[in-house]
Design a protein around this ligand. Structure first.
Ligand SMILES: C[S@@+](CC[C@H](N)C(=O)[O-])C[C@H]1O[C@@H](n2cnc3c(N)ncnc32)[C@H](O)[C@@H]1O
Length: 220
């Protein structure tokens, strides 16, 4: 497994990196409820043996394990995350599962993916796209589109923006504690389509009353 650091993140992402470094050791204790949605996203994305797959914002690496198992020995998984703390936790997890050799982890910023055009058959973003501003989100999705092959799939698991009391309450807290609550519910389907993806699978679930969109978009 290779680990490289590609330049410095944008200055306004540095705070995010500090936050996730601080959280990395405890993250699994309070983010466990998100895992079943990520697993549903993995099932919907359906990574296949031999595929090259990218995860952006891999966090503590749970989905990397599922991706690496699915693509098998003939496949390759790449992951990019801004936080060295998260990378260290993910690296230990992969080693424990004997999967380190199948996964290439990099420190970097999803707004500037280091991978070549058309390199991947599939990509995954789970509870990560919501961290970006609306403008950056379209940059991240354009980067995902660029690095996918024609016909390649992007799996997206994200808090969805809907007119519901739980979403309004969440956003009220988020405005007051942006460092603690950094995910911003998004219009996930619209974002994928506006970026040029064709929606091929859509699931809607809920976490503590908050809507979660689980989607697959295909590069036409
Ligand atoms: C909310 S966590 C989700 C982690 C994982 N995908 C999951 O579902 O548990 C968001 C992750 O995105 C990473 N991240 C934040 N900003 C990023 C950026 N600009 N580029 C790449 N990764 C980023 C964080 O370090 C963190 O690991």
């Amino acid at each position: 497994m290779e680990e490289t650091c590609r330049g410095n993140p944008d200055p306004h992402h540095l705070q995010g990196r500090r936050n996730y470094n601080r959280m990395s050791r405890w993250y699994d204790l309070f983010a466990g409820s998100e895992r079943r949605f990520t697993e549903a996203g993995l099932r919907l994305l359906d990574p296949r043996p031999g595929e090259r797959v990218l995860e952006i914002g891999f966090g503590t690496g749970h989905a990397l394990v599922g991706l690496a198992r699915a693509v098998g020995e003939a496949g390759q998984v790449d992951g990019i995350d801004l936080s060295p703390g998260m990378l260290a936790v993910a690296r230990r997890r992969l080693a424990r599962h004997g999967l380190a050799g199948r996964v290439n982890l990099q420190l970097g910023d999803a707004t500037r993916l280091p991978h070549p055009e058309g390199h991947f058959q599939a990509a995954l973003s789970s509870f990560t796209l919501e961290l970006f501003s609306a403008q950056e989100m379209s940059v991240v999705l354009a980067e995902c589109l660029r690095v996918l092959q024609t016909g390649g799939r992007l799996g997206l698991v994200a808090l969805a923006k809907e007119d519901r009391p739980a979403v309004r309450l969440y956003e009220w807290f988020r405005q007051r504690m942006p460092r603690v609550i950094d995910c911003r519910p998004i219009f996930a389907e619209q974002a994928l389509q506006a970026a040029g993806f064709r929606l091929t699978a859509t699931r809607h679930q809920a976490m503590w009353g908050l809507p979660v969109a689980i989607l697959v978009g295909q590069k036409p």
